[in-house]
Design a protein around this ligand. Sequence first.
Ligand code: NAG
Ligand code: NAG
Ligand code: NAG
Ligand code: NAG
Ligand code: NAG
Length: 245
Amino acid sequence: MVGYLILACCLVGLSQAVTFVIEPFNTSAAIGSTGTLACIATNLGSDNVSWKKKQSSGSGYDSLTFGTNILSSIQNKYAVSGTANLTINNVASSDEGLYQCSIGSTTREISFTPVVLPNNVSVYWENPPYAGRVVNITCKATYANPPPYLKWFKGVNQMELTQNAYYYTTNVRSSGYGDAVSTMAMALTGLDQHQEIRCEAAYDGYERAMEYTLNIQLNGGPALKAQGLLAALFVACSLALKSFQ
Ligand SMILES: *[C@@H]1O[C@H](CO)[C@@H](O)[C@H](O)[C@H]1NC(C)=O
Ligand SMILES: *[C@@H]1O[C@H](CO)[C@@H](O)[C@H](O)[C@H]1NC(C)=O
Ligand SMILES: *[C@@H]1O[C@H](CO)[C@@H](O)[C@H](O)[C@H]1NC(C)=O
Ligand SMILES: *[C@@H]1O[C@H](CO)[C@@H](O)[C@H](O)[C@H]1NC(C)=O
Ligand SMILES: *[C@@H]1O[C@H](CO)[C@@H](O)[C@H](O)[C@H]1NC(C)=O
């Protein structure tokens, strides 16, 4: 059985199946910017990459490119880079839709979303940040179309905290514009003083579209410092113990 599987794999290899260097993925880009749809493949044989766009009404597809050739009526709109990304110039809302990358009989579909970035991304404490307390922190991205995802990262190690947060959208208008909000509870210690906490607005295939970094300034002067020292001492001791064991 295993032998057959290995044989099957070898035969696929021998027939030079198209291999994607990057598996095509859904993508977003800001309106007015340049969008890039990835379709990078090797083992093309004599096939060329062609791009099509699904018609917004109906189920047909319009051809855009074949190899490095771009249909003359749309040469200002598209470009092909490498083998073979599709570049969309001056992204407009009408560029939204499903794009198809075909190589011989292999096709992949990518959904492309033009977005309007939030007019503001900000991070603030819901309660005063004292060491030794559990405090809520909120990230808000306002007036974006559509509202973005929000991701959290902390400290020099960029530890991701998104999984601890509660995310929702609000003020969503029929136009699609709305706000994204993400709140999480943080158990603060003196060690958090001057740590950076970053909130990123992201869309499908478009990470770090916008971000806001807050440098943690804990309330409480000398007591905080003492607590920070104690906490540091505690961590140092537990590390020492760990290496001792
Ligand atoms: C792919 O493009 C090359 C160069 O433009 C051309 O010679 C070849 O015939 C094309 N392959 C197919 C399958 O049309
Ligand atoms: C094609 O697109 C991918 C994904 O956006 C990108 O990583 C890569 O650099 C692009 N390659 C070329 C040649 O444009
Ligand atoms: C890509 O977008 C299409 C159309 O919106 C959706 O059906 C599909 O699940 C998406 N794929 C991924 C991996 O998110
Ligand atoms: C963004 O929002 C925050 C919090 O509401 C506000 O303090 C800040 O001034 C805003 N920034 C801009 C550029 O509007
Ligand atoms: C933090 O947020 C949670 C969920 O929204 C809420 O239940 C809790 O009361 C908040 N805690 C504080 C200290 O405000």
